[in-house]
Ligand binder design. Structure first.
Ligand code: ADP
Ligand code: 5GP
Length: 195
């Protein structure tokens, strides 16, 4: 678990079903608010076309992933649709210690783990306008074969049912609007509440 001295009030955890637009919204958030630092996760899945090791993810073998678990290097990790994903702990702690607004884009099980270890973080759920639109986006992205899309859509039902566990829900109806809402939340994280 994370050391006590790391203040996670500037940490925002963005979660939501595959295909809802998390990656798209995070890219827009970073464009609008370059001061935010977005964590780069590790994964055992293969890179998609256009993905570069160290940019979208650190692409690891199963053995490499196991070694990081063994060395307690993950803030959280989970298996999603057959592959493993994890957040390297050290860079998150470093950026938070430096007072930098920090963003994690992770799935539900990982968000629950961070809730346990860093309850002062802000937990945001990105929701689709409807299940049908989620389906259209995942199919339209064209990055996965049909059976992988089916597994992700099945998983989406569990994720959507957990939206109420999050502090805030942002509907990704329009990229710019949703990203502006997330930026406002990130900017307000860690600020004293004015009453
Ligand atoms: P995730 O990271 O949650 O899996 P992506 O960011 O890859 O999702 O988005 C899935 C697909 O939906 C992409 O093709 C993306 O261009 C599209 N998309 C994302 N947000 C919107 C939106 N607000 N309106 C329409 N299409 C969107
Ligand atoms: P994708 O394969 O589409 O890039 O990601 C699949 C799912 O894994 C998405 O919901 C994404 O948010 C999630 N994910 C990405 N990185 C991490 C991580 O470090 N930890 C966890 N728990 N989930 C992650």
């Amino acid at each position: 678990m994370s050391p006590e001295h790391v203040d996670a009030t500037r940490l925002t955890v963005l979660s939501g079903p595959s295909g809802v637009g998390k990656g798209t919204v995070v890219a827009e958030v970073r464009r609008l608010f370059p001061h935010v630092w977005a964590s780069v996760s590790c994964t055992t899945r293969a890179p998609r076309n256009g993905e570069t090791d160290g940019v979208q993810y650190h692409f690891l073998s199963d053995a490499e992933f196991d070694a990081l678990i063994e060395a307690d290097q993950f803030l959280e990790y989970a298996t999603f649709a057959g592959y493993r994903y994890g957040t390297p702990r050290k860079p998150v702690d470093q950026h938070l210690t430096a007072g930098r607004p920090t963003l994690l884009e992770i799935e539900l099980q990982g968000a629950r783990q961070v809730r346990q270890s860093m309850p002062e973080a802000q937990f945001v759920f990105l929701a689709p306008p409807s299940y049908e639109i989620l389906q259209e986006r995942l199919v339209g992205r064209g990055t996965e074969p049909d059976e992988v899309i089916a597994a992700r859509l099945e998983q989406a039902r569990t994720e959507l049912a957990a939206a109420g566990e999050f502090d805030l829900v942002v509907v990704n109806d329009d990229i710019e609007r949703a990203a502006a809402e997330v930026v406002a939340l990130i900017e307000s994280a860690g600020e004293p509440v004015v009453r």
